[in-house]
Design a protein around this ligand. Structure first.
Ligand code: ATP
Length: 350
């Protein structure tokens, strides 16, 4: 096990800058998730830690060792890819044994360790099969077994669950979390799926356009997003963002008037409220008013979309809520969970 440190790392492909000035320190045994939309630089970051890509500038360390120029196989990392990367002509057993074979581990020792890794992911009965004779979930488990057959210093996982169906993804997510906890190996995990990030991570690095937008625990990222990008990216449905202006401690937009003791300086701003932090109430008693545009029952709640002056606001009402399309309603945000962002910089003010 080891820490992983990226200091001032940049990566350019020709004239294109994929990553600029990345600083990231991953603790020994930590589960860090790189989360962001397609093209933000997650995979490039991970490939640099693996040694499959070299940084244009900056330093990458695994433990105390500077690995900028170190070959992938000398870095003691194990990778799990989206497409599993299994050898089709080899059996499950041979696939799992491969990392041991290339390191010259003897046959008897190899067999015992393959058996132990296969048992951990419940592949014991399938050792003689070829990858094409397995389901997607089973192939994924072979890829995991191959990663855990030896104890590397770092696990690198690039969207390992994205080829699985929704149900299997949830099951395998728990498997990965459990395995990582049991093995205690430092893990960097790349995904664009926020639920995966929130459920797996000790800390999440939210990335966009080659930069880390926020680094924090899942709760920190969710409860105090650093800027509009993070606020809009995390949460399903995402945070409501209402443009307007603050004057004398009150935020105003058409049909919206919200007073808050922390709204200090006057000026343009964007009010942020998560759907679950809004109560649907009588229009007479609320600072936000509008008419119901859509009602969606999700199973445990009703998502109520309300058209206010210039914005659409989604509130999560209880299952028992019985309003209908066209109703005039009021929306009351929880004062403790209101956010205000600067319209120019996008940074969170409150
Ligand atoms: P995805 O979720 O789609 O895999 P990502 O966040 O992992 O996206 P990267 O694969 O790291 O993104 O790519 C970051 C940027 O660098 C993208 O704009 C991509 O087009 C570019 N890029 C990546 N590899 C190369 C390359 N070998 N040559 C040129 N540009 C590249």
């Amino acid at each position: 096990m080891a820490s992983v440190t990226l200091k001032n790392v940049a990566k350019r492909f020709g004239h294109f800058t994929a990553l600029e000035q990345l600083d990231l320190s991953i603790g020994d045994g930590e589960f860090l998730v790189l989360l962001g939309p397609s093209g933000c630089g997650k995979t490039t970051t991970m490939r640099m830690v693996a040694g499959l890509e070299y940084p244009s500038s900056g330093e990458i360390r695994i433990g105390d060792r500077l690995v900028n120029e170190v070959q992938p196989k000398e870095r003691d990392v194990a990778m799990v890819f989206q497409n599993y990367g299994l050898y089709p002509h080899m059996s499950v057993e041979q696939n799992i044994a491969y990392p041991l074979k290339v390191r010259g581990i003897g046959k008897t020792d190899r067999a015992a360790r393959v058996r132990a890794a296969a048992d951990k992911v419940e592949l014991g009965p399938l050792l003689a099969r070829k990858p094409r004779e397995l389901s997607g979930g089973q192939r994924q488990r072979v890829a995991l077994a191959r990663a855990i057959v030896r104890t590397p210093q770092v696990f690198l996982m690039d969207e390992p669950l994205s080829n699985l169906d929704a149900k299997l993804r949830v099951t395998m997510r728990a498997e990965i979390k459990h395995l990582q906890h049991e093995l205690g190996v430092t893990t960097i995990y790349v995904t664009h799926d926020q639920i995966e990030a929130m459920t797996l991570a000790d800390r999440v690095a939210v990335m966009n356009e080659g930069r880390i937008q926020q680094l924090g625990t899942p709760a920190e990222i969710y409860d105090t997003p650093a800027n509009l990008f993070v606020a809009g990216f995390i949460g399903s449905p995402p945070m409501n963002l209402i443009p307007g202006a603050v004057s004398g401690g009150t935020f105003k937009a058409t049909d919206v008037s919200v007073t808050h003791p922390d709204f200090g300086a006057d000026g343009a701003g964007i009010l942020g409220i998560r759907p679950e932090d809004i109560e649907v109430v009588d229009p007479q008693v609320a600072g936000i008013v509008g008419s119901v545009y859509a009602v969606e029952l999700t199973g445990e709640a009703n998502l109520v979309t309300v058209l206010t002056g210039t914005s659409r606001v989604i509130a999560r009402a209880s299952r028992a809520w019985d309003g209908k399309i066209g109703d005039k309603v009021g929306l009351r945000p929880d004062p403790a969970r209101i956010h205000l962002f600067d319209q120019q910089t996008g940074l969170r003010i409150e």
